[in-house]
Design a binder for this molecule. Structure first.
Ligand code: 5GP
Length: 206
């Protein structure tokens, strides 16, 4: 059964919870999702690549995108802008493909306003202690930035109520498996497929 439009999946949760790792492991499985590459003003990190990890842009280029309504959502996070280019998401969904966003919580709440039918998944840390260890061990942040990220994380966890699903990231494999199950289940949701079933019935009776 082919659904007409793709489904928008949003994986979100505090920084350091492992969203990036879960997303990469999920995409290694190639389950037919299209990843929306974000735009950011933060400096590129060692090992990252333009157009694969992010589109790295200057502050003024980013602000032009905002002005021209080219971003589906954006957030200023720990001193830098992050945002989702609108065209890619809308065109991909329209062509019947699922789109997957991996974004922080403020942005996810904005997406919810425009796409209430999206599927919102909150990745939850096993504990705040563990979250701190993960941010520190990444080694890319100064002490002040670690503090800021942890403060942001506490506030973000309070936003969990706006989400459809909560997945605890204690083991990557288990978390990926759960996200994969959510994707499959959403394709079986009656409200999504009812129209197609009805069409089949009508065609049969015609
Ligand atoms: P990082 O700098 O560690 O790559 O990302 C910092 C935070 O920004 C992470 O929580 C990441 O999920 C989030 N992020 C990445 N892309 C986007 C985006 O397009 N929009 C929003 N709102 N957040 C994003």
């Amino acid at each position: 059964m082919i659904e007409e439009k793709g489904i928008l999946f949003i994986l979100s949760g505090p920084s350091g919870v492992g969203k990036g790792t879960v997303r990469k492991a999920l995409f290694d499985k190639d389950i037919g999702l299209k990843y929306s590459i974000s735009m950011t003003t933060r400096p590129i990190r060692t090992g990252e690549r333009e157009g694969t990890d992010y589109f790295y842009r200057s502050k003024s280029e980013f602000e032009d995108m905002i002005q021209n309504n080219k971003l589906l959502e954006y957030a200023e996070y720990v001193g830098n802008y992050y945002g989702t280019p609108r065209d890619y998401v809308e065109q991909t969904l329209e062509s019947g493909n699922d789109v997957f966003l991996e974004i922080e919580v403020q942005g996810a709440l904005q997406v919810k306003k425009n796409f209430p039918e999206g599927v919102f998944i909150f990745l939850f840390p096993p504990s705040l202690e563990e979250l701190k260890n993960r941010i520190v061990s990444r080694g890319t942040e100064t002490e002040d930035l670690v503090k800021n990220r942890l403060m942001a994380a506490r506030e973000e966890i309070e936003m969990m109520d706006a989400y459809d699903y909560v997945v605890v990231n204690d083991k990557i494999e288990t978390a990926v498996h759960k996200v994969q199950s959510i994707v499959r289940s959403e394709h079986c949701k009656r409200e999504r497929v009812a129209k197609q079933y009805k069409k089949i019935l009508e065609d049969d009776l015609a």
